[in-house]
Design a protein around this ligand. Sequence first.
Ligand code: GAL
Length: 433
Amino acid sequence: MARSLLALASALPAVMALNNGLALTPQMGWNTWNRFGCGIDEDLIVGSAKALVSNNLTALGYNYVLIDDCWHADSRDPDTGAPVENKDKFPNGIKGVADQIHDLGLKVGIYSSAGTYTCGGKFGSLGFEEIDAKTYASWGIDYLKYDNCYNEGRAGTPPVSYERYNNMSRALNETGRPILYSMCNWGEDGPWNFAVDIANSWRISGDIYDNFDRYDVRCPCTDMLDCKLPGFHCAVTRILDFSAPLGQKAGRGHWNDLDMLEVGNGGMTFDEYVTHFSMWALVKSPLILGNDVTDMSDDTKTIITNDAIIAVNQDPNGSPATRVWKRSLPDGGDLQLWSGSLVNNQFVFAVLNTGTSNHTEDISLIDVFTDQGKSFGSGTFTLFDLWQKDDSGKWGKNIGDFQGKVSVTVGAHQTKVYRATPASGAKRAVDEL
Ligand code: GAL
């Protein structure tokens, strides 16, 4: 008996994810908050769901339509305590919206907070987990984003935060409906350590804002591993820094959430949005659009429809890329090398320049393949530039075979992303390992 238990234990993955079978690859979709804040209603949400379909975004995987804060009535049902929606904004109820979204073949999400109020000052779910989860299930909800405002001080140590978030995790499971559970406690108490088996994803930082690298005192931490005030107004490069050590904690069914995308909201340049989208994809953050999908520029469409980058994010291995190094540049920025592995002996790496001028660097393939070993990294690799199209118009242009190094030129705030596949020399090398 003891032996068979041991055998069973060793057959299990080292880390158990929330057992709801969801988010085996990072969730993708669209959320109301970054662009619309509290200004939401049925027309906006159903119209956006239709736009996801008509722009072929659903075919690329953007399947969750997420209603964020401010869908609520002023108070709960006074008799039952059940949550109630704002009937002016949602005349057919959240259920009516959910039905229309389901009819389009999409899934629908809602938002609440593990506190007495949501961050927008609506009623929260603390102490109401069961009735809220049941009501969401009865409305046909497929996804819950669960925030951290007004938590009455029930945070500060991992067990205290765990208890509060596990109450909703259990309540969702008890409904019997598969509901993706997206924790949003801004990295407080290190959810990457305590939430792996209770949630499908957890935010790792304070709120993103539509800026590449501006320091803002309201996002005061320099290191999320020791952060007491996650704050908000966190720029893209800052969130990426926070995420760098955390990839090791994510995997199939349980992801680091770097926050929703700002692509298309106007605060960054094309290259900056390419960096934002690419890096979120490489570290396996959920890819949740935060722009107005009913009114998009060609540049925005170009970025969010790059299926080669999306394929990296959705790779079945679910292995987040890691930062290999970060080197200071003369202009005050830095150059970063990130690399990760994909299924079928494929690899991805990115070179990111946070500086303000062009930079050319010989990237060592031994560095790229640090995790695979020197022998493997000394092989020959065919590289595909995932932000260039090939002759047939597909993302991912073959730029040739390389051994030892590849010279990469990266513009200001730009990221180059490459998929690497071993050419024959490297295949021999991996056999030798
Ligand atoms: C924040 C959260 C945002 C948004 C907002 C709604 O705490 O991080 O993504 O949901 O609350 O009030």
